[in-house]
Design a protein around this ligand. Structure first.
Ligand SMILES: NC(=O)C1=CN([C@@H]2O[C@H](COP(=O)(O)OP(=O)(O)OC[C@H]3O[C@@H](n4cnc5c(N)ncnc54)[C@H](O)[C@@H]3O)[C@@H](O)[C@H]2O)C=CC1
Ligand SMILES: O=C(O)C(=O)Cc1ccc(O)cc1
Length: 363
C-alpha cells in the first residue's frame, strides 16, 4: 500500500487528495492542526484518514505533499527532517515559489528522504477544501524543480504518481521558475489588486464607477480576490524578483505617460500593435498560470423553477457546472444567470443545450 500524506488540505492539497483517493493500492492521509478540520476532511471523504499529529501523519509515508501557505513550508520541512521517515520517502511541495524551499531542503539532511520542489500551475481565487476538485490540474502544467543530486528513479516515482492529476509535467530549475512565474502570475496579481484599489478610491466619491465596472472589469481583475494570506506569503517570498519586475512595470507605465504627454498617437498605436502580436502567439485556451474563464450568461425568464430546469438539463447531459451566479436584473430582461464551466468543451456543450432549449445566451 502506498501512503500519501498531505499537510494542508485546502484548495490545492484537497484537490491532490481527490486525484489520488480510491486509486489502486493508495491510502491518502490528511493532516491539520485543527481537530474540526480533520473531522471535515473525513466527512467530505477527501482523504482516507486524517490526524492532528505530524508524527503520525509522516510515519511510513511514501510521499508527503506540503500544501500549506508558502511562509510555512520551511517550518514543515525542518520539522519533517527531525522525524524518522520511511526509506526513500519523497517530500514535495506545491508552493508558488521554488527557490527558497529548494535551498532550505539543500541545507538540511532529510533522514532517508528526498525533497523535490513542485508547483501545480492551476488554481483559482478560491481557497479551502470546499473549493477542491479532482479536475483542477487536468491539462495544466505541473512544474517540478529537482536538484541534480536527486536519483532518476526517485524523480520518476513522483512523475509517475502525478499522472493521476492528468497534468503536464515540466522540469525547470527553481530560480528560472521564480523569474517566470513572478512575471506571469505574481506581477499580474499585484497589478490587479492595485488597479481595483485605485478604482475603489474613485468610487468613494461616485458609485457610478462600481456600477459601470461590472462585467469585463470584474473579469479582468478576478485574480485580485485571491486569498490575502496565501498571496502575502508568495509576494514576500519572491520579493527580490518582484522588486525588479515592478521597476520594469513602472518604466512601461511611464512610457505610456510620455506618449500621451507628447500626443504621440503613432507611439500609442505601436504599443497596441506590439502587444497584439505577442498575444496572438500565446497558446489558445490552454490552462496556464492564471486560469481562463469558461463562462456564459443566460437570460432567465421570471418564473419559479427556471434555474432548477437549467441545472438539471445540464446535469442530465453530464455537463458539470463549476459555479453559478444570479446577476441582478437588467431592465428589459428579468434576470441573468452566469454559468461557469471548467473547460471549453463543457462550455460549448452547455451553449448547444441551452440554445436547443430556446434560452438566450451571451458571452
Ligand atoms: N491558490 C492557488 O490557486 C494555488 C496555490 N498554490 C500554493 O498552494 C499552497 C496552498 O494554497 P491553497 O491551497 O490555495 O490555500 P488554502 O488556503 O486553500 O489551503 C491552505 C491549507 O493550509 C492550512 N494552513 C493554513 N495556515 C496554517 C497554519 N498556520 N498551520 C497549519 N496549516 C495551515 C489550511 O488549513 C489549508 O488546509 C500555497 O503554498 C500556494 O502558494 C499553488 C498553485 C495554485
Ligand atoms: O487563476 C488564478 O486565480 C490563479 O492565479 C491561480 C494560481 C494561484 C497561484 C499559483 O501559484 C498558480 C495559480
Amino acid at each position: 500500500m502506498t501512503k500519501i500524506t498531505i499537510f494542508g488540505v485546502g484548495l490545492i492539497g484537497g484537490s491532490l487528495a481527490l486525484c489520488f483517493k480510491d486509486k489502486p493500492n493508495i491510502k491518502v492521509v490528511g493532516h491539520s492542526n485543527n481537530p474540526e478540520s480533520v473531522q471535515k476532511y473525513l466527512e467530505k471523504e477527501v482523504v482516507d484518514e486524517a490526524t492532528t499529529s505530524i508524527e503520525e501523519a509522516a510515519l511510513n509515508s511514501d510521499f508527503i505533499f506540503l500544501c500549506v501557505p508558502v511562509g510555512l513550508l520551511e517550518d514543515y520541512l525542518i520539522k519533517l527532517s527531525q522525524l524518522p521517515l520511511k526509506k526513500n520517502c519523497i517530500i514535495t511541495d506545491v508552493g508558488s515559489t521554488k527557490e527558497s524551499i529548494t535551498s532550505c531542503a539543500r541545507s538540511i539532511s532529510l533522514q532517508n528522504g528526498y525533497f523535490i520542489g513542485g508547483h501545480p500551475m492551476a488554481g483559482s481565487e478560491r481557497s479551502g477544501v470546499d473549493a477542491a476538485s479532482s479536475y483542477l490540474f487536468e491539462n495544466a502544467f505541473y512544474v517540478l524543480t529537482p536538484d541534480p543530486e536527486i536519483p532518476d528513479h526517485i524523480y520518476q516515482k513522483l512523475e509517475d504518481l502525478l499522472t493521476y492529476t492528468k497534468s503536464q509535467i515540466i522540469k525547470v530549475d527553481a530560480s528560472t521558475h521564480d523569474d517566470i512565474v513572478g512575471a506571469i502570475s505574481h506581477l499580474p496579481h499585484i497589478i490587479a489588486v492595485s488597479l481595483v484599489n485605485q478604482i475603489s478610491k474613485y468610487n468613494d466619491q461616485n458609485d457610478l464607477y462600481e456600477r459601470l465596472a461590472a462585467g469585463g472589469f470584474k473579469d479582468l481583475t478576478r485574480i485580485a480576490s485571491g486569498d490575502p494570506v496565501i498571496w502575502r506569503d508568495i509576494l514576500l517570498n519572491n520579493k527580490n524578483i518582484l522588486l525588479h519586475l515592478l521597476n520594469d512595470w513602472q518604466q512601461e507605465i511611464s512610457k505610456f505617460a510620455d506618449l500621451l504627454k507628447m500626443d504621440d498617437g503613432q507611439g500609442v498605436e505601436d504599443q497596441f500593435k506590439f502587444a497584439s502580436d505577442f498575444r496572438s502567439k500565446l497558446p489558445e485556451r490552454r490552462k496556464g498560470a492564471i486560469s481562463s474563464l469558461f463562462d456564459v450568461y443566460v437570460d432567465i425568464p421570471d418564473h419559479p423553477g427556471v434555474i432548477g430546469h437549467i441545472t438539471s438539463e445540464l446535469g442530465n447531459r453530464k455537463i458539470s457546472l463549476k459555479n453559478i451566479e444570479i446577476i441582478e436584473s437588467r431592465g428589459e430582461v428579468p434576470g441573468i444567470l452566469r454559468l461557469s464551466f471548467r473547460d471549453e468543451e463543457d462550455l460549448e456543450n452547455a451553449v448547444y443545450v441551452l440554445k436547443e432549449l430556446s434560452y438566450s445566451v451571451h458571452f
